[in-house]
Design a protein around this ligand. Structure first.
Ligand code: PSU
Ligand code: MN
Length: 304
């Protein structure tokens, strides 16, 4: 086990016994929902994963230690400290050396998960190719990280502020499989469909984990994306969300917002503009992706 990671007892025991574990990010706790909904939701995600028979392992940098399996106190600290910085792949070393805190993005969380031997990860929406990327070059490090680790990533597609067609193209270029679990369309986080189709759909859980296992068994080192949409009852219409994202992004560009600040900025503005409807959707999709991730983690252990 890598000495630079500090594992909770629960996660360490589960990994030692080869029981199913689901890794999680923590930048969503800091920059996603507002307090106390962010804390409640994080704790409910953990409950959902446990109820599904797996152990939750939230990752984050706390006082210069890379933690896998954050305690309730640590999650509460992140949920009430909005200036905990967002940490992507490139930020890990400097954040550890500086001794501070860091909320992991998907990219940073995958590194921690891979180093300690976790092979399933849950997140509501991955990072991807931003609208206007042909000018801004803004493509999330999440996508690159998917090529580096044997981790199944369960998500409801890409965040709504991303261009779903370009994100799908980029995933194809990188050789990352995308399979819809019981859904045809690549979801769009708050919305059931992004308007883009998943290249494959699989309805049977055993077949799904076999697809994941076999992708790795033949020598692929990269990740595997499993998509599952938000519950229809909690979803927002995709047209409405995309129109709002266009407006907010234009405003962000005009005021000079760029780089890592873009994702949290757009998500919080969209949330404000929909009077909390996105907050409810966000919570719903966080819980549904966590439930599917637990199922996948359990089935993957049974088959391997
Ligand atoms: N949720 C938020 N804000 C964020 C993120 C999630 O409310 O910043 C993180 C996710 O962890 C995702 C990352 O991995 O944003 C993508 O950011 P970027 O587009 O800068 O790569
Ligand atoms: Mn970016």
């Amino acid at each position: 086990m890598n000495e630079y990671f500090s594992l909770s007892e629960e996660v360490a025991d589960a990994l030692a016994d080869r029981r199913p574990v689901v890794a999680l990010e923590s930048s969503g706790v800091v920059h996603g929902l507002s307090y106390p909904l962010n804390l409640d939701t994080a704790l409910d995600i953990d409950k959902t994963i446990r109820a599904g028979g797996a152990v939750p392992a939230r990752t984050g940098i706390v006082d210069g230690r890379f933690v896998v399996g954050m305690s309730e106190e640590q999650v509460a600290l992140f949920a009430t400290t909005p200036d905990v910085p967002k940490v992507s792949t490139r930020d890990i070393g400097p954040t550890l050396a500086g001794g501070g805190h860091g909320g992991t993005t998907v990219s940073a969380a995958l590194i921690a998960a891979a180093q300690v031997g976790i092979d399933v990860f849950a997140v509501a929406g991955i990072g991807g190719v931003h609208f206007g990327a042909e000018r801004s070059f803004d493509i999330s490090a999440d996508l690159v990280e998917f090529t580096r680790h044997r981790i199944a990533v369960v998500c409801a597609g890409a965040k709504s502020l991303l261009n779903p067609a370009l994100t799908m193209e980029y995933l194809e270029t990188l050789g990352v499989p995308v399979v819809g679990y019981r859904c045809d369309d690549f979801p769009a986080y708050y919305s059931v469909s992004s308007g883009v189709r998943n290249p494959r759909r699989i309805d049977d859980l055993t077949e799904l984990v076999d697809a994941i296992r076999l992708h790795w068994a033949v020598g692929n080192d990269g990740g595997f994306l499993v998509t599952h949409p938000i519950d229809e009852l909690d979803a927002l219409p995709a047209d409405e969300v995309y129109a709002l994202v266009r407006e907010v992004q234009a405003e962000a560009e005009a005021t000079g917002v760029q780089g890592p600040a873009m994702t949290p900025y757009i998500l919080s503005r969209v949330s404000a503009a929909t009077q909390g409807r996105t907050a409810a959707a966000n919570r719903s999709v966080l819980l549904s992706t966590s439930a599917v991730a637990a199922e996948v983690a359990v089935a993957l252990r049974e088959r391997s």
